[in-house]
Design a protein around this ligand. Structure first.
Ligand code: SF4
Length: 302
């Protein structure tokens, strides 16, 4: 069995930055430290932060004193205001690329645009972006929802959750253009998502099996499994090596391994080690083919 890794896989610069800030806060803050929701959508990273004494809360009102960490997905400005009004120290780890969407939406909203946001209604990032617009923002995720979007002759814009599929965004764009010829387009799918999707597409067609390492709660991990799905015999999403089953690989020669932007490297390596073991148990010495490129750093734009 031969194992292949795409050019880009696993933890992105935004997630690395958020985890680093959260760890630093857990070490240096005076008093208790809380995190609103999950720092990033990965069960292992969340558990590690909890082991460092950072308590997870669902609402700001659960915290009376200390430090509140805002996750990489960002929140509505009203949430930060609420935390400050409770005299909490706020450590904001919002990814700069999510902050960029906040700025775009704020500006569109100030100019009375009707804003269409392609994304998952209950995702933290989407809820935070909606909180930036004063009104007139419509979240949708399926093309079947387009006929239900309000008709208007006024200015209209499309933005996207950072982790949507590029292919799907383009499909949606074509449909929306027919309904709203005046549509202004802001493709806010982030660079890390785009690179991971493009590089998985480059290898998935040559694989028998694709494995995406990431949590079910991670939108971009689910997307990687989806995009590789129709291109090979089977495509699995696993949280860690424990979920990899030897039965999946009967008759498989090529296995691709990718990972969502919230998946730390050690989880990917754990899956590769397990695949190597499975292959050896079947009597084949595997090759591990890596083609990784270094991730760029952020160009901070604010
Ligand atoms: S996936 Fe993109 S938007 Fe999300 S943290 Fe990473 S770089 Fe930022």
């Amino acid at each position: 069995m031969d194992i292949f890794l795409p050019e880009y896989a696993g933890v992105c610069v935004g997630v690395k930055r958020a985890i680093k800030l959260a760890h630093k806060t857990s070490e240096e803050a005076k008093g208790p430290v809380f995190i609103l929701h999950e720092i990033v959508h990965n069960t292992h990273v969340v558990k590690d932060l909890s082991d460092r004494g950072v308590k997870s809360v669902e609402e700001v009102r659960e915290v009376d004193s200390g430090t509140l960490i805002i996750s990489a997905h960002g929140v509505a400005p009203s949430v930060i205001e609420e935390a400050r009004s409770r005299n909490l120290d706020v450590v904001d780890t919002t990814c700069p690329l999510v902050s960029k969407i906040h700025r775009i939406v704020k500006n569109l909203s100030a100019h009375n645009y009707t804003i269409f946001l392609l994304g998952e209604k209950n995702h933290d990032e989407v809820m935070g972006v909606c909180g930036v617009a004063t009104e007139n923002i419509h979240v949708f995720h399926r093309k079947e929802e387009i006929p239900g979007l309000p008709l208007t002759d006024g200015p209209v814009a499309l933005v996207s959750q950072t982790t949507q599929s590029i292919k799907y965004f383009d499909e949606i764009l074509e449909l929306l253009k027919k309904r709203y010829p005046q549509l202004e387009v802001h493709n806010t799918i982030c660079d890390a998502t785009e690179k991971r999707q493009t590089s998985v597409l480059e290898i998935a067609g040559d694989m028998d099996i694709m494995i995406t390492v990431g949590s079910m709660s991670s939108a971009n991990s689910r997307r990687l499994q989806e995009v590789s799905g129709g291109l090979c015999r089977a495509s699995y999403l696993v949280d860690s090596a424990d979920e990899v089953s030897p039965e999946w690989f009967a008759g498989s020669e090529k296995v691709g391994v990718t990972a969502g932007a919230s998946t730390p490297e050690w989880l990917i390596e754990g899956v590769i080690e397990k695949l190597v073991r499975i292959s050896r148990e079947k009597g084949f010495e595997p090759s591990v083919n890596r083609n990784e490129s270094a991730e760029e750093e952020f160009i901070e734009t604010h």
